[in-house]
Design a protein around this ligand. Structure first.
Ligand code: HEC
Ligand code: HEC
Ligand code: HEC
Ligand code: HEC
Ligand code: HEC
Length: 495
C-alpha cells in the first residue's frame, strides 16, 4: 500500500521537474496597446520560428534565445511591435492600424537611387533584382500589351487593336497592368503611363494591400478588388508575410494572407466586357493543387534558398532561407512549361497502318495549361514520313486549323486554347469583340489528354509541343521574334 503511494507521488513530480526551467532562460512580459493589455497576440524572439500567445491579461512567457536581441509581437489590426530582449520588465506596445486609407499618398519607386532613400531597392537589392526580371515589372510598358492596346500607331492596323475596336473599354487595362496610374482625364490610356506608375505591379503597391476579399471576384478586378491602407504623413507602413519584421522608425503589419492564393486573385481573375478573360484563380480553386493546399506562392514565389537576409546592411536580420520568398514570378517560361508537361507516345504498326497514340498531361501545375492571357495557345503536332522519306498525311485523328499557324496548319495535332468565334464563323477574335461561341480546349491539371492518329505505314515521326504567347497570325504581323517556345521537338522511329 505504502509503496504504491510513493510511486504515484514520483510520477506526479516528474513532469514538474521537467517543466521547471532554470531562472533567466524564460522571458516574461506583457503586450499592451494604449487602452491596456492585448490578449492573443503572437510573441516571438525575432527571427525564430517558435512563438507563444499572450493570455487574457496580455501576459506571456517565452523561451529566451541567446542570439535574438529583440522580442516582437503581432496581432491582426495592429502594427508589429517590438522591444529589446534585455529590458526588464518586458513590455511591448502595439499600435493600431490607421483607420483610413490615404488617397493622396505618393507611391515610392522600387528602383534603387541613392538620392531617394526610401526607394525599396536601396535596402532590398536582391528582391529588387528578382522583381525587375519579372512580368510584374513590365506590365505597364510591355510592348505586347501596348501593341494590343493599340491606337493609330499600332503595327496591327485596325485589327486586334483595342483603341480602334472598343475605345470605350480601354480604361480597364490599367486596373491590373498599371494599378497606381492616375489619369486626370479618367481615360486611363496606358500609352501615357509615367513615373512610378510605369513600374507596373510594383513593390509599394503590392505591400500596401491590406485585404483581398473574394466575394466580388471576377467582376471587381485589379486595384478595384483590393483594400489598401496607405499611411498619412511621413510614416511608412508595409504589409507582408513576416510576423516579426522590424525597421526602427517604420511600421510593418503581419498579414498571413500574403501566403494565400486569394492575395493574387483580384489581378489573376477577371471578367472583362462580359468575357471570362482571366480565370487562373478559379482554375486553381478546382485544381488538385488547391485540394492539397498548394498556393500560387508555393510555385511562383518558391524560396531560392540563396537569400538569408531581406535587407542586408540596412537593418535586416539573418533568417532561415526557406522562409524568404522569391520575387521572380516565373510564368509560361520554357523551364516552367517543361516542368509540368509530359508527353507519352505509343506507336503501333499493324497491317497497312501505323497508329500513334499521344497522351499529354499537365502535372505539378495549379491551373489549366495554358492559363493567364486569353491568347496563349499550346500545340501538339505529329508529322510522319514513310520509307522513301515522303511526308504522309494521317487519315484519322484531329487536325490543326489554319489559325494554329503556318508552320503546323492542317497537320495531325491538337490545339489547346480558348477561342472566340463570331456569327460569321471568324475565329480567333480578340476578347473585346462581340462573339457567338467560346471554345476552351486547354488541359486540365492532372487529367491526361489521349489522342490517336492513324497513318499509312510510316517509318519516322516528329513530335512537337509548341507554346505561343499570342496567336501566330497576330505575332507575325508585329514581327514578334520570341512568340513561340519549343517545349519538345523529337524524332522517333516507328518500328
Ligand atoms: C505581386 C505583388 C508583389 C510585388 C510586386 C512585390 N511583392 Fe514582396 N511579397 C509579395 C508576397 C505575396 C510575399 C509573400 C510571399 C510568401 O511568403 O510566400 C512577399 C514577400 C516580401 C518580403 C518578405 C520576405 C520574403 O522575401 O518573403 C519582402 C521583404 C518583400 N516582399 C519586399 C518586396 C520588395 C522590396 C519588392 C519590390 C522590389 C516586392 N516585395 C515586390 C508580393 C509582392
Ligand atoms: C496588381 C495586380 C497583380 C497582382 C496583385 C499580382 N499580379 Fe501577377 N501579373 C499581373 C499582371 C498585369 C501580369 C502581366 C504582366 C505582363 O506580362 O505584362 C502578371 C503576370 C504574372 C505572371 C507571369 C509572369 C511572366 O513572366 O510571364 C505570374 C506567374 C504571376 N503574375 C503570378 C502572380 C502571383 C503568384 C501573384 C500573387 C502572389 C500575383 N501574380 C499578383 C498583375 C498582378
Ligand atoms: C532603409 C532601408 C529600407 C528601405 C528603403 C525599404 N525597406 Fe523594407 N525593410 C527594411 C528592413 C530593415 C526590414 C526588416 C527586415 C527584417 O526584419 O529582417 C524590411 C522589411 C520589409 C518587408 C517585410 C514586412 C513583413 O512583415 O513581411 C516588406 C514587405 C518591405 N520591407 C517592403 C518594402 C518596400 C515595398 C519598400 C519600398 C517602398 C521598402 N521596403 C523600403 C528596410 C528597408
Ligand atoms: C503546383 C504549382 C503551381 C501553382 C499552385 C500555381 N501555378 Fe501558375 N504555373 C505553374 C506552372 C508549372 C506554369 C507553367 C505552365 C503554364 O504556363 O501554364 C504556370 C504558369 C502560370 C502563369 C503563366 C501562364 C502563361 O502561360 O502565360 C501565370 C500567370 C500563373 N501561373 C499564375 C498562377 C496563379 C495566379 C496561381 C494561383 C491562383 C498559380 N499560378 C498557381 C505552376 C503553378
Ligand atoms: C484582371 C486583371 C487584368 C486586366 C483588367 C487586364 N489584364 Fe492583361 N494581363 C493580366 C495578367 C495577370 C496577365 C499575365 C497572364 C500571363 O502571363 O499569361 C496579363 C497579360 C496580358 C498580355 C500578354 C502579355 C505578354 O507579354 O504576352 C496582354 C497583351 C494583355 N494582358 C493585354 C491586356 C489589355 C489590352 C487589357 C485591357 C483590355 C488587359 N490586358 C486587361 C491581367 C489583366
Amino acid at each position: 500500500m505504502r509503496r504504491i503511494h510513493i510511486l504515484a507521488l514520483t510520477l506526479l513530480l516528474l513532469p514538474l521537474v521537467f517543466v521547471a526551467t532554470p531562472k533567466g532562460s524564460v522571458i516574461e512580459g506583457v503586450v499592451v496597446d494604449f487602452q491596456g493589455p492585448v490578449p492573443f497576440a503572437t510573441v516571438r524572439s525575432q527571427g525564430q520560428a517558435d512563438c507563444t500567445r499572450t493570455d487574457a491579461a496580455g501576459k506571456f512567457n517565452l523561451r529566451r534565445r541567446e542570439n535574438a536581441t529583440r522580442v516582437t509581437a503581432a496581432k491582426p489590426g495592429y502594427r508589429i511591435g517590438w522591444t529589446p530582449s534585455n529590458r526588464h520588465p518586458i513590455q511591448i506596445r502595439l499600435a493600431p492600424l490607421p483607420s483610413e486609407d490615404n488617397f493622396d499618398y505618393t507611391w515610392i519607386d522600387p528602383v534603387r537611387d541613392s538620392k531617394k532613400p526610401n526607394n525599396c531597392g536601396n535596402c532590398h537589392g536582391a528582391i529588387e533584382r528578382e522583381w525587375a526580371g519579372s512580368g510584374h515589372a513590365r506590365s505597364a510598358v510591355n510592348p505586347r500589351v501596348l501593341t494590343l492596346f493599340g491606337g493609330t500607331e499600332s503595327p496591327l492596323g485596325k485589327d486586334w487593336n483595342l483603341l480602334e475596336q472598343h475605345p470605350l473599354g480601354a480604361g480597364v487595362c490599367a486596373s491590373c497592368h498599371a494599378p497606381t496610374m492616375s489619369s486626370p482625364t479618367l481615360d486611363y490610356d496606358l500609352r501615357s503611363v509615367n513615373g512610378v506608375a510605369a513600374r507596373g505591379v510594383h513593390c509599394d503597391y503590392c505591400h500596401k494591400i491590406a485585404d483581398a476579399p473574394t466575394d466580388k471576384l471576377g467582376t471587381r478586378f485589379g486595384r478595384d478588388g483590393y483594400e489598401l491602407l496607405r499611411p498619412h504623413g511621413d510614416e511608412q507602413l508595409f504589409f507582408g508575410p513576416l510576423p516579426d519584421a522590424v525597421r526602427p522608425g517604420d511600421a510593418f503589419v503581419y498579414a498571413p494572407f500574403y501566403k494565400e492564393s486569394r492575395y493574387c486573385a483580384s489581378c489573376h481573375e477577371g471578367v472583362i466586357f462580359g468575357v471570362h478573360v482571366y480565370g487562373t484563380y478559379t482554375e486553381w480553386l478546382q485544381s488538385p493543387a488547391a485540394k492539397a493546399g498548394t498556393q500560387c506562392q508555393d510555385c511562383h514565389m518558391t524560396p531560392t534558398g540563396a537569400m538569408t537576409n531581406v535587407a542586408p546592411g540596412h537593418g535586416g536580420i539573418e533568417r532561415a532561407p526557406k522562409t524568404l520568398a522569391s520575387h521572380d514570378f516565373p510564368g509560361g517560361s520554357l523551364a516552367m512549361l517543361k516542368k509540368c508537361l509530359r508527353l507519352e507516345v505509343r506507336i503501333r504498326t499493324e497491317g497497312n497502318r501505323t497508329q500513334v497514340e499521344m497522351t499529354l498531361t499537365a502535372d505539378n501545375v495549379g491551373h489549366r495549361v495554358p492559363t493567364g492571357f486569353f491568347d496563349r495557345n499550346l500545340v501538339m503536332v505529329v508529322e510522319a514520313t514513310d520509307e522513301a522519306g515522303r511526308t504522309v498525311d494521317a487519315h484519322d485523328g484531329p487536325r490543326l486549323p489554319a489559325f494554329a499557324g503556318a508552320n503546323v496548319a492542317g497537320q495531325a495535332g491538337v490545339l489547346y486554347a480558348k477561342t472566340l468565334t463570331d456569327d460569321a464563323g471568324r475565329t480567333p477574335l480578340p476578347f473585346w469583340l462581340p462573339y457567338e461561341t467560346m471554345t476552351d480546349t486547354r488541359l486540365h491539371p492532372g487529367q491526361p489528354d489521349r489522342r490517336t492518329f492513324t497513318f499509312p505505314v510510316v517509318t519516322k515521326l516528329r513530335v512537337r509541343l509548341l507554346y505561343r504567347h499570342l496567336w501566330p497570325t497576330v505575332a507575325e504581323r508585329i514581327a514578334s521574334q520570341d512568340n513561340e517556345l519549343v517545349i519538345l521537338d523529337q524524332d522517333l522511329t516507328a518500328k
